[in-house]
Design a protein around this ligand. Structure first.
Ligand SMILES: C[S@@+](CC[C@H](N)C(=O)[O-])C[C@H]1O[C@@H](n2cnc3c(N)ncnc32)[C@H](O)[C@@H]1O
Length: 182
């Protein structure tokens, strides 16, 4: 498995393209599908304290602040993402460079909601992230996770006819466990 340093180098290289795509609203998966589901599941956020685990450049944190969240803490292990998020921060959101597999610096039971928006598939020890998140949540709080479905990490290769025409995508090895690279 890639270690966190290698993964962060990959993310750092993607940051300029990533920020452009996120801030111009060009990410169709988020804009056309996941944002509305994530916001629906969050429900009313006025006055709530929320943690965004793996916040990237802070897009979803800002959406929660716009909807009245009292405090949103965004954590990410990519320095360039945290710098970009911090540049747009308000009084209600804050960003810290942290590994979400080690949340020991946060007190118990202080968040109403923890969001993990397409972050857990990057984590080698996502169970640790789960355990820590449950420690940080207040009683009755919500942990909202958007993750990649394994169908997205099956072989993904095209099955073609003799002339090379694409017929369908091969979805073999759907349940195999292990590392995946995009
Ligand atoms: C697909 S992006 C999602 C960003 C953001 N949640 C969004 O939806 O725009 C995944 C993010 O997870 C971060 N990440 C990966 N491993 C991490 C770790 N161990 N601790 C904190 N952040 C991590 C990456 O730096 C990246 O910003």
């Amino acid at each position: 498995m890639r270690n966190s340093d290698d993964l962060m180098q990959e993310w750092a290289a993607l940051v300029p393209m990533w920020i452009k795509e996120m801030r111009e609203g060009k990410n169709s998966v988020r804009k056309g599908l996941l944002d509305s589901v994530m916001l629906d599941v969050c429900g009313k956020v006025e006055g709530l304290s929320i943690l965004d685990s793996g916040c990237g450049e802070g897009r979803f944190c800002r959406m929660l602040v716009e909807r009245g969240a009292k405090y949103v803490l965004g954590l990410d292990l990519c320095e360039e993402m945290i710098e970009a998020a911090t540049k747009l921060k308000s009084e209600c959101d804050d960003y810290r460079l942290k590994n979400v597999q080690d949340l020991g610096f946060i007190e118990n039971e202080i968040f109403d909601i923890v969001v993990s928006y397409l972050n857990q598939y990057d984590l080698q020890y996502f169970e640790t992230n789960n355990r820590e998140v449950f420690r940080l949540l207040k009683s009755g709080g919500k942990f909202i996770v958007a993750n990649l479905h394994p169908i997205r990490s099956a072989t993904g290769k095209w099955y073609r006819d003799a002339s090379g025409k694409k017929l369908h995508v091969i979805l073999d090895n759907y349940f195999d466990e292990g590392e995946r690279h995009c």
